[in-house]
Design a protein around this ligand. Structure first.
Ligand SMILES: Cc1ncc(COP(=O)(O)O)c(C=O)c1O
Length: 472
């Protein structure tokens, strides 16, 4: 009998591919945890209990807190997704407002719906080269804090998927001036604390109150492994853990928890490996600058995670993704005009050399096929253009409640209607529209551009060659 997931996974993993994507262990067995069935136990005597820890789990979490330099750390077995839900729950009451940057992960939007909150959006800057969201400024945050008086907490994504870091120190100062807690979604920054040079500082050390990190993204931990830190005493430990507990399974995986314990230990003790990784990464980045047709995105000094390799070519992102994949070099994702490759200290020099060889080859092909370049290079990306601001007709919760009365209209006829569902390109899942938002000309324009770019667009349907969208 066919086992669709099992058989495909076995086949996929037998092929020669190099993962320039999560999880950060890069599919290399670490220590003895390569025997999943052997280590997959449950909460039996001697192994503590996740939801009422008094033994080894408590000890490991305390050790993590010490290494990260925070008041408390709690392991998350349901990813940063569950940590974000918990952080918002710990800081906000129903009917209050969460101030969030528009590039927040879908879990923040889900928290808003679940907790029946109002959303106050702050627009980050747009990187004009890549047309992706960049940093959010302290001024924009302050503008948001002044605009709405019912804000109970602020959440910011830093670093972004592409590695752009915001000025968390100044943002924290502003947010604290208004007496509010600052939550930082640092899902892409679990490694920052352990990278002493060349990397930006973690939000933990910049004044954030709650910081959530995916250990599986940039450290050698299993998928779903994440951690939430109480980095100040603004929120009580019990309140935070109560919320954390709500969003974790009652059957936490010891494989995951042991993996987290181990990954953090490795980040601290494997100093030689970390050093070589940084040297090799800098070497690769310097070599990539010599390519003719492929360019490497360089963020601002101290505001950019150099571990992210964001590459754009004269062709679109999908083309570059396919060329790399054909050669067994699998990127994390592609956007309108770029691909994103994720590196960690598990990547060795030989992997970087292999990548460079393939990119050099593709670089030659880019120029050969230059005549095929699309001439719509100015129309690109999956994120809102500058100046775009969502126009909200009702809360996300109210819109979702009204969904039973929704109808579908042709995309071209959608302007003026209220979105019933999210519309977003995945990854990274940043909404172009959220439920309850008015569909404006601008929003429609972005959706059409994303369709043209063949992005993996969710929330619209193609029926017989015609695109339709669900509206209220
Ligand atoms: C910015 C950001 N925050 C949160 C998450 C959720 O993380 P996890 O997959 O660990 O639940 C992601 C996932 O990609 C993300 O990119």
């Amino acid at each position: 009998m066919e086992r669709p997931i099992f058989d495909t996974l076995v086949e996929y993993c037998d092929e020669e591919k190099y993962p320039w994507h999560m999880p950060g262990h890069k599919r290399q067995a670490i220590d003895v945890l390569d025997k999943p069935y052997h280590f997959d136990v449950t909460e039996v005597p001697g192994l503590d209990e996740y939801h009422t820890p008094t033994g080894i789990i408590k000890k490991a979490q305390k050790k993590a807190a010490k290494l990260y330099g925070v008041y408390d750390s709690f392991f998350l077995v349901n990813g940063s997704t569950s940590g974000i839900l918990a952080a918002v729950k710990a800081c906000c009451e129903a009917g209050e407002r969460l101030l969030l940057t528009r590039n927040c992960h879908i879990s923040v939007y889900n928290a808003i719906e679940l907790l029946r909150l109002n959303a106050g959006y702050v627009m980050p800057e747009i990187d004009s080269k890549l047309n992706v969201y960049g940093a959010v400024t302290p001024e924009a945050i302050e503008e948001g804090l002044n605009r709405w008086r019912d804000i109970s907490a602020v959440i910011v994504t830093s670093p972004t998927y592409e590695g752009v870091v915001s000025d968390i120190e100044e943002i924290a100062r502003v947010v604290h001036k208004y007496g509010k807690p600052l939550i930082v979604d640092e899902a892409h920054g679990a490694h920052l604390k352990f990278m002493p040079h060349h990397f930006p500082k973690s939000a933990i050390d910049m004044g954030a109150d709650i910081v959530i990190q995916s250990l599986h993204k940039t450290l050698p931990a299993f998928t779903q492994s994440a951690i939430i830190h109480r980095a100040s005493d603004m929120i009580k430990a019990d309140d935070l853990f109560h919320a954390v507990s709500m969003f974790q399974t009652t059957s936490p995986s010891y494989l995951l928890m042991a993996g987290m314990d181990h990954a953090i230990e490795l980040a601290v003790t494997e100093t030689e490996r970390v050093k070589s990784y940084i040297d090799d990464l800098l070497w690769l980045r310097s070599k990539l600058k010599n390519l003719n047709n492929i360019s490497l995105f360089e963020g601002d000094k101290d505001q950019y995670d150099i571990g992210k390799l964001v590459l754009s070519a004269k062709r679109d992102g999908r083309w570059l993704y396919d060329e790399l994949s054909k050669r067994g070099q699998i990127p994390e994702m592609y956007g309108g005009d770029h691909v994103l490759l994720m590196t960690t200290f598990m990547d060795e020099r030989s992997a970087f050399e292999g990548l460079l060889k393939h990119l050099s080859e593709i670089d030659g092909e880019c120029s050969l096929k230059k005549e095929d370049d699309k001439d719509d290079k100015l129309i690109r990306g999956f994120v809102p253009i500058n100046g775009f601001y969502p126009d909200t007709a009702c809360t996300i919760y109210e819109a979702v409640k009204r969904r039973s009365d929704s109808v579908y209209v042709k995309l071209q006829k959608a302007v003026g209607h209220i979105a019933a569902d999210y519309v977003y390109a995945y990854p990274p899942g940043i909404p172009i529209l959220a439920p309850g938002e008015l569909i404006t000309d601008e929003a429609l324009g972005i959706i059409i551009q994303s369709v043209d770019k063949e992005l993996n667009l969710k929330g619209i349907k193609n029926t017989n060659g015609e695109y339709i969208i669900e509206v209220l």
